[in-house]
Design a protein around this ligand. Structure first.
Ligand code: HEM
Length: 420
C-alpha cells in the first residue's frame, strides 16, 4: 500500500501542537521486530490505546485490544478520519523526509486515504470490479504462475521461498487480473522494483509507473476485455483516477498476499502440528491460513486514523492531530479473547482484513491466491525443510513477513522442460 505519488496541497496547516506524546514505546527496530507481541503486551498494560514511536521521530498511538481496534474502525469516518490532512506533525513539517513511516502514511490520491463520499465512490468502483473476478479462473491463473516459478527451482532441490516464490507470485497474479499485456506488465514490475531501490531516483520511477498504468488504461478504453482494468473503466473512473486506483490495488494486494503465503509456509514447515499433517493432506491448508491470519496477520499495524476532536475511549483521552495506528496483530492476540490453538480453524472473527468502511474489499480473492500458492508449493516441492535457522523477520512496524525462507526439498523435474 505504498505506491503512487503523495497528494499535496489538500490539507490546512496545523500549528503549535506537540509532536511527541508521553512515554512512547518504539514499534520499530531489532528488538521489536524479533518479538512484537512482547511490546504489544507492555503497551496493553498502559491501556487500550497507548503512545508509540512509529519510526524514529514519528509519534502516535497504537490500539492494543480487540475492542479498541474495532471501536476505531467502526467509528470511521464519523469520529475518526483516514485522511492524513489531520496529522499535525506532517502539516508542520515535523516528519523526517526519509522516514519509513512517511512512505506508508502520507496522503495519496486514492480511496485508501479518503473519507466520506469520495471514498465511497472510488471504493464502489473497486468492490464492483473485484466482485466480477472469477475465483476459479483466478485459482487456475495462480496455479500456472506457481508452476512457472516452481519449474525454475524444482531441479535444484533448494530455493528461497520468499524471493523465488512468495514475493513474485502475487505481483504476477495481480498484473494478470488487470489484463496487462507482457510489455506493460514488465514496465510495472521493473519500475516498482526501482521505486523500492534506495539508489534509484524515486520520483522518476514513480513517473514511469504512472505512465505504464496510463498506457494500460488507454489500451483497455480502446479495447475492453473481461479484466479488472476494463471493469474499473466501466465503473466510470477518469484516467487520473484509474492510474491511482490501479496503483492502490497493486500495492494493497501484493505485499500482504506475499506475507500470508510466506508466513503460512513457514508455519506449515516448522510447526509439528502442521508438519506432516498438511503435507499428507490430513489437515487442510485453509486451517493453517486461518491460524496465521489470527496469530501472524500479514498487515500487523496500519489504518492510521485521526480523532475528529478530543474524545475518550475506556478512560483514555484521544487528542486530535496524532495518528492512531490500528494494531491487527495486537487485536488478534488480545488475551481477553480467551483463544487457544484450537480456536482458529474456520474462525473468521480476526481483524487481519480490518473492518468497517476501509476493510479489505478482497478477502476471498486473497485467500484464493494464498491457498492455491501454498498448496501448489507443498504438492510440487516434496519434503520441505528449512535450510537454516533462525529466520530473520522483516521490519514489523506495518507488515509481518520474513526476509528469506531458505528451504531444501526433494529435487523434481520441471513441468515445462525449459523452465519457461
Ligand atoms: C492476505 C492478503 C491481504 C490482506 C491481509 C489484506 C489486508 C488489508 C487491510 C488490513 C486493509 C485495510 C488497510 C487500511 O485501512 O489502511 C486492506 C485494504 C485494502 N485491500 Fe487488502 N489485504 C489483502 C489482499 C488484498 C487483495 C488481493 C486485494 C485486491 C485484489 C486487496 C485490496 C485492498 C484495497 C483496494 C484496500 C483499500 C480499501 C479502502 O480503503 O476502502 N487486498 N487490506
Amino acid at each position: 500500500m505504498t505506491t503512487s505519488q503523495p497528494a499535496s496541497g489538500r490539507c490546512p496547516a496545523h500549528a503549535g501542537r506537540p509532536a511527541r506524546p508521553d512515554q512512547p514505546l518504539p514499534i520499530y527496530g531489532p528488538e521489536f521486530n524479533a518479538d512484537p507481541h512482547a511490546t504489544y503486551a507492555q503497551l496493553r498494560e498502559q491501556g487500550p490505546i497507548a503512545p508509540v514511536e512509529i519510526s524514529p521521530g514519528v509519534w502516535g498511538y497504537l490500539t492494543t485490544t480487540y475492542r479498541s481496534a474495532r471501536y476505531l474502525l467502526q467509528n470511521t469516518p464519523n469520529r475518526f478520519a483516514k485522511d492524513p490532512c489531520h496529522w499535525h506533525a506532517l502539516a508542520n513539517g515535523q516528519v523526517p523526509a526519509d522516514s519509513p513511516a512517511l512512505m506508508m502514511m502520507q496522503p495519496r490520491d486514492n480511496a485508501l486515504w479518503m473519507d466520506g463520499r469520495e471514498h465511497a465512490r472510488l471504493r464502489h468502483a473497486i468492490t464492483s470490479s473485484l466482485a466480477r473476478v472469477d475465483t476459479h479462473a483466478l485459482a487456475a491463473t495462480v496455479t500456472a504462475i506457481a508452476d512457472q516459478l516452481i519449474d525454475a527451482v524444482a531441479p535444484a532441490g533448494a530455493c528461497d521461498l520468499v524471493a523465488q516464490y512468495a514475493d513474485p507470485l502475487p505481483m504476477l497474479t495481480v498484473i494478470e487480473m488487470f489484463g496487462t499485456p507482457p510489455e506493460i506488465g514488465h514496465r510495472i514490475t521493473t519500475t516498482l522494483a526501482r521505486l523500492f531501490d534506495a539508489d534509484q531516483d524515486a520520483a522518476a520511477a514513480n513517473a514511469d509507473l504512472e505512465t505504464a498504468c496510463l498506457a494500460l488504461t488507454r489500451l483497455k478504453r480502446a479495447s475492453p476485455r473481461r479484466d479488472v482494468t476494463s471493469w474499473l473503466i466501466e465503473a466510470g473512473l477518469t484516467d487520473e483516477e484509474m492510474v491511482q486506483t490501479i496503483l492502490l490495488v497493486i500495492g494493497a494486494a501484493t505485499t500482504p498476499s506475499s506475507n500470508l503465503i510466506m508466513n503460512a509456509l513457514q508455519r506449515i514447515i516448522t510447526d509439528p502440528r502442521f508438519a506432516g499433517s498438511v503435507h499428507d493432506g490430513v489437515q487442510p491448508v485453509c486451517d493453517a491460513l486461518d491460524e496465521v491470519l489470527w496469530t501472524d496477520p500479514p498487515v500487523s499495524n496500519y489504518s492510521p486514523l485521526y480523532a475528529l476532536g478530543q474524545q475518550t475511549f475506556e478512560g483514555v483521552t484521544l487528542q486530535p492531530g496524532y495518528p492512531i495506528l490500528v494494531s491487527f496483530a495486537a487485536a488478534n492476540g488480545d488475551p481477553s479473547l480467551g483463544l487457544t490453538p484450537t480456536s482458529y480453524a474456520g474462525n473468521r472473527g480476526h481483524l487481519a482484513f480490518s473492518a468497517g468502511v476501509h476493510a479489505c474489499p478482497a478477502p476471498d480473492l486473497a485467500r484464493t491466491i494464498a491457498e492455491t500458492a501454498v498448496e501448489r508449493a507443498l504438492d510440487r516441492l516434496p519434503h520441505l525443510t528449512l535450510a537454516y535457522t533462525p529466520l530473520t523477520r522483516r521490519p514489523a512496524t506495518f507488515n509481518s513477513g520474513f526476509t528469506a525462507l531458505p528451504v531444501h526439498f526433494q529435487p523434481t523435474a520441471p513441468l515445462t522442460p525449459t523452465g519457461r
